[in-house]
Design a protein around this ligand. Structure first.
Ligand SMILES: [Zn+2]
Length: 305
């Protein structure tokens, strides 16, 4: 596009999507705000650093080498990488020629679906699970958010003597479709700090992915009460302020307490994460306990993940 603009084939060389920068290939695929959200929301959870980014080719080579150095499923990971680049480029072109603004989380969803198809074609053992889905009775559990909202369930797992806690998050839409799940270990000196960090993680995920209306659910009553009352609770005061600042960036961002039985999926992710029981590639091939909890939450409707 930059070349076309310099030859005056198209007007101007400014990115038509964000209109804040020159539309180079690096900007279009890596640096435009919506593409950053896609890279962050992808399997690799990469944050793109514009400093030191010289050319897309070099960046891609670095990415491939990084994957080669740590991947346990190289073929799949390289397929995912090409899938992200391809989808981002496709949506960028669509934005220009059809004036359709790209929606980062929809692109992530498409990439996830492509990945799921890829996995299913490799390991077609899901039939057994689908049979189980039909036999799960309704129970009082997780409830989907209203249409247009995304619900992010969060939880932290903390163990005395371990400086790191594990934060589990799962984001679902009003049809119980899983849009994203994540697990991260962070330093947390107390369980309350860990739980509050989990709430902040939910808000950060929503913000990074450009979601406008989110509802965060945590089963830590103390943290949610402190947030609601704006209490000056020493150890989590700064974190609560952080969450409130982030909240301003959404059209709607609710933080709600729910019982543990309604928060099973994020609870499980956090627990398995703390015990290092999440296998590599778990985001794409969810461990069976997590799949079961998702299905129970969906009340017998097979969720898409
Ligand atoms: Zn842009």
């Amino acid at each position: 596009m930059h070349n076309l603009a310099s030859r005056r084939v198209v007007p101007g060389g400014i990115c038509p999507i964000c209109q804040t920068a020159e539309e180079t290939i690096e900007h279009a695929i890596l640096l435009c705000p919506w593409t950053r959200a896609v890279w962050f929301g992808s399997k690799f959870q990469w944050t793109i650093n514009p400093n030191g980014l010289t050319s897309f080719d070099r960046w891609l080579l670095k990415g491939v080498n990084l994957i080669k150095s740590c991947s346990t499923d190289l073929e799949t990971d390289l397929a995912v990488l090409s899938c992200i680049v391809w989808n981002v480029w496709k949506k960028h072109c669509k934005a220009i020629y059809q004036s359709v603004n790209p929606n980062p989380w929809m692109v992530i969803f498409i990439i996830n679906s492509n990945q799921l198809e890829w996995n299913q074609s490799l390991h077609s053992n899901n039939q057994e699970l689908r049979e189980e889905i039909r036999t799960i009775p309704d129970r009082e559990g997780w409830t989907p958010p209203p249409e247009g909202f995304i619900k992010i369930n969060v939880d932290a797992s903390w163990l005395s003597g371990n400086p790191f806690c594990s934060i589990g998050c799962v984001a679902r839409d009003s049809n119980a479709n899983v849009l994203l799940s994540s697990c991260r270990k962070v330093l947390a000196p107390t369980p309350l700090i860990a739980e509050t960090l989990a709430i902040r993680e939910g808000a950060l995920i929503g913000h990074n992915l450009g979601w406008n209306n989110i509802s965060i659910e945590s089963d830590c009553k103390v943290a949610v009460d402190a947030y609601d009352a704006g209490k000056q609770m020493g150890e989590i005061r700064v974190l609560i302020q952080d969450i409130k600042d982030l909240q301003q960036r959404f059209q709607s961002c609710r933080v709600k307490w729910i019982a543990r039985c309604k928060n099973q999926v994020s609870h499980l992710i956090a627990q398995l994460g703390l015990k290092n029981l999440l296998p590599p590639g778990w985001l794409w091939n969810l461990p069976k306990p997590i799949q079961k909890a998702l299905i129970e939450d969906g009340r017998g409707i097979p969720p898409r993940f």
